[in-house]
Design a protein around this ligand. Structure first.
Ligand code: PGD
Length: 770
């Protein structure tokens, strides 16, 4: 790019911006209308020319020499650089072989991951479209790591998750109407800084401040004090992790025992209260779920629980439940019980009141929707019926043909021979990484597109270098943001990197389906095509609707928000017959005969306190909270400036309470080893009272960095908590990810500190790639 190039619009999951590549440096400006831009933008400069970038196609030497097949050496062998034509021929041949020998049901193309923000170059959509067209389909994954449990339980008890999380209580309404907010799991700004597709304004901090200044009371229920920003002025109740359901039960019990619950609301809008009340009051099991019962479970006092319950009735109360609560054992329960508590308070459907699942989890929540979204890329038709709940990947790889339960039915795992991954990093996002490695060792071939040498790329057989978003043209739009953004190219591709679309187009040509895949369109023509549906809809409504060339030339187009109609819960409150919910009763489901009929002991027919299995023990006495990082999105651009500045001695920071540190002889800044019977990692200790006693907090995102890549359970020297987390589903109902919590021991690390090498390209490669 020429010097003094103009600043051009672009977008990321952590916000819209303009940028230019000037004298070998990226200059970037957040969107001028953004009141609270994300610090994660600071990672973007490193995206363009960092040595962690993959410069050219690579093939694992062992795969080349010995051919496809199970191989435990994945992740520890060197790579051979290849020309694009050569590697695409090789890969097309392998896809043909697997399709003919085993069929598309032997290909896992779930390929979960956030990739980057544009509508067209969305890697998951590209890989799904390609596999559907070229192979006739693939084994897919359903639901997300974010909300695996809630995506399944919410439609059964209230409404589809998107409606409860995106078209419900707005920040505006909270700032104006809410009296008290019980925030289970909090609403940390590090999470709402992120919104898939990218947004132009981060309003959460300002909205919480406005509510607080008006007199709204925020109560934070979380083991981490900074799960609400200081602007909320919150009172902190440091509950023991994964005991929120017990606390919610006790709050509800207190209301019912005092006759303070809203019986009229329950009668009119809910189904199954009486069955639940028998359990709540102890008529079925002899144990009232009162404050005295919940106190030793939750770590709060009975007085505090009772006092909190008495602050709720007769006020505009809002119960929020975060994603994190359900990313844990029996994660369905707090999602369900949060709704029941809100129903007992009778505020559901009122402005700023009731129940909001996942408020603040993403920048999308608590906003109005835009009137006219831009179309997504058509992914074609998948003829393969087999699927997995997304977090069951290792189970599938290790147990072909094995049976599993999901949402009332029994299924069998497919026998996977080839895995195709683009736009995700399972060695970041999946639990029990040592077990995941054993799973990946069983397949014939693992193909990865990424822009950088993530651990997933290192474990692949065929690695194809992808461009980063700023190296290509795209169109940016989010369903909750008013801007359609022509995303201009900011810099030329690194090395030989290609767009995922171009890679798939090259493969499609070799597999005889070029026309079907590209539909004869160039990238620019695809962008115009995706924009056209929004344009015609705008035109039909008499709104400004420039053609694509004008949009491209003139920059972001502002489209109007839809009205804040309160979503399905408001409509249901106003007329529960005309606007019945799509649950089995048409009402909020407090007891579900259907779920009860599944006979899942880990998800009974109404919200229930279930004692978790993964609890602290003598060997692993601390609770690890492995939450989302504040300095990057997941593992993306871990090598960027914002992420790097927050590390200490190159390691991810683990926060712990000074009392727990002192008991272990750990000082602030020490390198510590976190371990349990699944694995171990190093991290740098930071001592803080913001973390409750008994808790350690190591966020996800540090790239997995084994001290010995050939070992069965190596030490991750960098601080990836997923070497410690347990790989099991939330319950037989949803089989969601439970990566948020586990039990660990922590000790000071003695001895020679191994170097962090996560961002160095694989050793043999550096020389070969010159
Ligand atoms: P990312 O780091 O965003 O993580 O897991 P996810 O796999 O989404 O991975 C995206 C990858 O895509 C990066 O490697 C990036 O380089 C690559 N990429 C970006 N753009 C492109 C592109 O255009 N083309 C290609 N080919 N590649 C691209 C996130 C997942 O982690 C999520 S959503 C959640 S909510 C979970 N959270 C937790 C948790 O709370 N606790 C634990 N222990 N574990 C979790 N894992 C989950």
């Amino acid at each position: 790019m020429a010097d003094a190039a103009p600043f051009l619009p672009h977008s990321s999951h952590w916000g819209n911006f303009t940028a230019r590549w000037h004298e070998g440096r990226l200059e970037l400006r957040p969107h001028p209308g953004d009141p609270d831009p994300s610090p994660i933008l600071g990672n973007m400069a490193a995206a363009l020319r960092h040595p962690a970038r993959i410069a050219r196609p690579m093939v694992r030497r062992g795969w080349l020499e010995r051919g496809p097949g199970p191989d435990a050496r994945r992740g520890s062998e060197e790579f051979v650089p290849m020309e694009w034509d050569q590697v695409l021929d090789l890969l097309a041949g392998e896809l043909r072989r697997v399709k003919e020998a085993h069929g598309p049901q032997s290909v896992f193309g779930g390929s979960y991951g956030w990739s980057s923000a544009g509508r067209f170059h969305h890697a998951q959509s590209q890989v799904h479209r390609f596999l559907n067209i070229a192979l006739g389909g693939y084994v897919r994954s359903v639901n997300s790591y974010s909300a695996g449990a809630s995506a399944v339980i919410l439609p059964r008890i209230a409404a589809p998750m998107e409606q409860i999380s995106r078209r419900n209580v707005t920040w505006d309404a909270i700032a104006r109407h809410t009296d008290i907010i019980l925030s289970f799991g909090g609403m940390a700004l590090k999470n709402s800084m992120v919104a898939s597709g990218g947004i132009s304004q981060h309003v959460e901090r300002g909205s919480m401040q406005a509510a607080c200044e008006r007199g709204a009371e925020f109560v934070l229920i979380s083991p981490l004090r900074d799960d609400l920003p200081v602007e909320a002025g919150a009172e902190w109740l440091p509950v023991r992790p994964n005991t929120d359901t017990a606390l919610m039960l006790a709050l509800t019990h207190t209301l019912v025992a005092a006759g303070l619950h809203d019986r009229a609301f329950l009668d009119r809008y809910t189904a199954g209260w009486d069955v639940f009340e028998d359990y709540l009051m102890g008529r079925t099991d002899g144990q009232p779920k009162d404050a005295a019962w919940a106190a030793p479970i939750t770590g709060l006092t009975a007085e505090a629980i009772t006092a909190l319950a008495h602050r709720l009735p007769g006020r505009r109360s809002l119960i929020t439940v975060s994603h994190s609560l359900q990313r844990a054992e029996f994660g369905e329960q707090p999602v369900w019980m949060g709704m029941v508590l809100a129903a007992a308070l009778g505020q559901i459907g009122l402005p700023g009141g009731g129940y909001h699942y996942s408020l603040g989890a993403l920048g999308h929540t608590g906003r109005r929707m835009v009137a006219t979204p831009v179309a997504a890329l058509n992914q074609g038709k998948n003829s393969v019926r087999e699927f997995i709940p997304v977090a069951r990947i290792t189970d599938m790889l290790l147990n072909p043909g094995g049976r599993y339960d999901y949402d009332g039915k029994e299924y069998a795992y497919a026998d996977i021979k080839l895995v195709y991954w683009a736009g995700g990093n399972p060695f970041h996002h999946h639990q029990d990484i040592n077990r995941l490695r054993r799973g990946f060792a069983r397949v014939d071939t693992l193909i990865v597109h990424d822009s950088a040498w993530t651990a997933t790329a290192r474990h692949a057989d065929i690695v194809l270098p992808a461009t980063v978003t700023m190296e290509r043209e795209d169109i940016g739009a989010a369903p909750t943001d008013p801007l359609i953004i022509p995303m201009h190219r900011i810099a030329e591709p690194y090395g030989e990197a290609r767009d995922d679309f171009a890679i798939f187009a090259g493969l499609a040509e070799r597999l005889g389906c070029s026309e079907a895949f590209t539909e004869g369109r160039s990238v620019r023509e695809w962008l115009a095509f995706l924009y056209e549906s929004a344009r015609t809809a705008l035109e039909a409504r008499g709104l400004p609707a420039p053609d694509f060339e004008t949009l491209w030339r003139e920059g972001p187009l502002e489209i109007p928000f839809a009205e804040d109609d309160g979503g399905v819960l408001r409509a249901f409150r106003e007329d529960p017959e005309a606007n019945a919910l799509h649950t089995e009763s048409g009402r909020l489901q407090i007891f579900s005969p259907t779920i009860a009929g599944f006979n899942y002991p880990d998800c009974p027919g109404h919200p229930t306190w279930l004692e978790p299995v993964d609890v602290p023990t003598a060997e692993a006495p601390l609770r690890l909270v492995a939450n989302q990082p504040a300095t990057k999105l997941h593992s993306q651009l871990d090598f960027g400036a914002t992420s790097q500045e927050a590390k200490r001695r190159g390691r991810e920071v683990v926060r712990m309470n000074p009392a727990d540190a002192e008991a272990r002889g750990i000082a602030d800044g020490d390198i510590v080893r976190l371990f349990n019977n699944r694995g171990a990692c190093l991290a740098a200790a930071q001592l803080t009272e913001a973390v409750a006693p008994g808790i350690v907090n190591l966020p996800t995102g540090a790239w997995y960095d084994p001290d010995d890549a050939a070992a069965e359970a190596p030490l991750c020297v960098h601080g990836n908590p997923n070497v410690l987390t347990r790989d099991f589903g939330t319950s037989r109902l949803a089989q969601g990810c439970t990566g948020q919590l586990t039990s660990v021991q922590v000790e000071r690390f003695e001895g020679n500190l191994p170097p962090v090498r996560a961002y160095e390209p694989p050793a043999a490669l550096a020389a070969a790639a010159e």
